[in-house]
Design a protein around this ligand. Structure first.
Ligand SMILES: [Zn+2]
Length: 279
């Protein structure tokens, strides 16, 4: 309970600070650029999910409806990154990509049918370990009760509208020893490519944590870019190996979702880099 109220008071603090800083940030033009949305899970909300990783189908549907009805251009993550890299003029404030971290089964069962209804491409960042463990039933981490996509399901999902990306091999934080960082990144790419039979070009840092070595390893492995968990938008001057994302939580009302798209909370990104980028 203590845990929950601590998160609640953090949210209240964030919202009141945003009511002052948000409009300033937006007026300064910092909101220009493409936005990458970060989701985890879609489905029935659970009491133990104090950080709001799981969003109800109803909220997710309303959010997709809003994107579709407000002339947002929802593009695949690889094409968004290619556009940024090539200085594309098509990437602007209303360009959005949708991503999911961790590879939960509900991405297939709940999120996919909704995204499909709107013809929205999505990217799923999966860990090799979690997805392999489905086969042997040895999942025991906290969130594993939601279930992970199996490699067969991942293979079936990979298509023109579903991009499979790597979220490392084991989901460990990538601030470990150099060799281990390289192994996590390279092995995940190799295994996933072998499983799905096509190139895996996008990466997302587990727990949002990255170091300069991790960025270099992702680049050397041949990925187009890597997603961080730092809030904000992306333009042609953004480092493609620490792309900004906008995390959507179960506590976001549709009004907050709209504000997040408008850049109201992007000021947080200025502080978050210190938290996520490790020496
Ligand atoms: Zn994760």
């Amino acid at each position: 309970m203590m845990w929950k109220s601590r998160f609640r008071s953090k949210r209240v603090l964030k919202n009141s600070a945003s009511s002052i800083l948000g409009p300033f940030w937006m007026l300064s033009g910092n909101g220009n650029g493409a936005r990458i949305l970060l989701y985890h899970s879609i489905g029935k909300q659970e009491k133990y999910d104090a950080i709001g990783l799981r969003i109800s189908e109803e909220s997710f549907t309303r959010q997709m409806e809003y994107l579709a009805g407000s002339s947002f251009d929802v593009v695949s993550l690889p094409s968004l990154i290619e556009n940024l890299r090539d200085g594309g003029i098509t990437v602007g404030r209303r360009t959005v990509a949708i991503t999911f971290d961790d590879g939960y089964r509900d991405n297939l069962e709940k999120a996919m049918p909704i995204a499909k209804r709107f013809n929205f491409p999505i990217s799923l960042f999966v860990n090799c370990d979690s997805s392999r463990q489905v086969r042997s039933n040895i999942n025991n981490d906290y969130w594993s009760k939601w279930g992970y996509l199996s490699m067969d399901e991942i293979n079936g999902l990979a298509s023109a509208t579903v991009t499979i990306g790597s979220h490392s091999f084991s989901h460990r934080t990538l601030d470990c020893k150099r060799e281990e960082i390289y192994k996590e990144i390279q092995a995940s790419k190799e295994v996933l490519e072998k499983e799905i039979g096509q190139p895996v070009t996008v990466f997302s840092y587990p727990h949002g944590i990255f170091t300069d070595v991790a960025k270099q390893a992702v680049r050397e492995a041949g990925f187009l870019g890597a997603c961080s968990s730092i809030m904000g938008t992306n333009n042609s001057s953004t480092d493609l190996f620490e792309l900004r994302r906008t995390e959507i939580s179960a506590f976001d009302t549709l009004d907050i979702f709209k504000k997040k798209l408008g850049g109201y909370y992007d000021w947080l990104g200025a502080f978050q880099r210190r938290k996520f980028h490790k020496k």
